[in-house]
Design a protein around this ligand. Sequence first.
Ligand code: FAD
Ligand code: A2P
Length: 287
Amino acid sequence: MTQLQNPSPLAALDQANKSLASHPKGGISAPDQVTVTAVTHWTDKLFSFQTDRPPDFRFQSGEFAMIGLVDDEGKAVTRAYSIASPHWDDHLEFYSIIVPDGPLTSRLRHVQIGDKIILRPKTTGTLGLARLRDGQRLYLLATGTGFAPFAALIRDPEIYERFEQVILVHGCRTIAELGYSQKIVADSRAHPLIGEMVTRQLHYVPSVTRENFTQTGRITTLLADGKLASSLSLPPLDPAFDRIMICGSIGLNQDIAAQLLEKNFHEGNLSSPGDYVIERAFVGDGI
Ligand code: FAD
Ligand code: A2P
């Protein structure tokens, strides 16, 4: 892991657009390929992998890119993937579901060190700090692979400069599905450059819904009954102080947004930064 430099959002987009313009539409030229350098399987449905990082690939922590593989007919099969590594890291990391008959992940699940992956140069996304007003606390609410963008953001020093406390809630069905977020948080706390900030300012709340665990229940329930805030000795959610990023299934996103609207939270965008932002972790009903 090397430089902690943070290009401005505009510079990053400009760079991404220049790279995109230099490639034939839909084609796979060498600069659109990266090499897999590590793979970890967490459960039979979840794995993460790292790749090398092209020197001119720039992004903001929390953004997603299109990645993929070439199919048997030589056609590129690409899907949106949140980049799970922070913008300053010298490698790229992704956290993936396995959809048994999924056009991409039924094959991506077999990637090994040395394999080539398609990585399109353009990055984008709504989970950006520029879309949020200043505040005291930042809540990051994720289910399943929706944790991926937050794996990048909790390792970005900027969130600890903007917010006194960062509360990361990761909801899954089973304890095993928390393995990746548990490891990322533990490694971040021990990291020589960001560890002190993370240890002091990040609260990690893993919760499962289909097994007994130290914390159980859906994120929506933990928010609605006030248990989340009270278990951390924090005041109830208040738009004067709290900012929120959400990344999960469409159902989770809608249910949390409905709760926030009732409390007078306003969704943020680039022209009008607000109190919360939302991104879909995937399109469809889930597996
Ligand atoms: P698809 O044909 O794409 O999906 C088939 C069905 O599987 C979907 O309709 C849906 O019901 C279900 N499904 C797909 N992805 C998921 C998922 N992640 N969790 C639960 N159910 C799912 N996926 C990741 O694994 N990691 C990411 O970081 C990630 N980031 C994304 C960011 C954005 C903005 C969007 C829109 C999607 C993201 N996805 C992510 C989903 C990803 O684009 C693919 O859908 C996924 O990799 C499956 O691809 P597939 O071709 O195998 O199946
Ligand atoms: P549950 O087990 O009660 O369905 P999935 O693997 O289906 O994407 O779910 C990941 C986690 O998100 C599970 O703990 C699941 O709880 C929870 N979940 C699914 N839908 C919602 C929703 N609409 N609101 C809150 N939590 C949800």
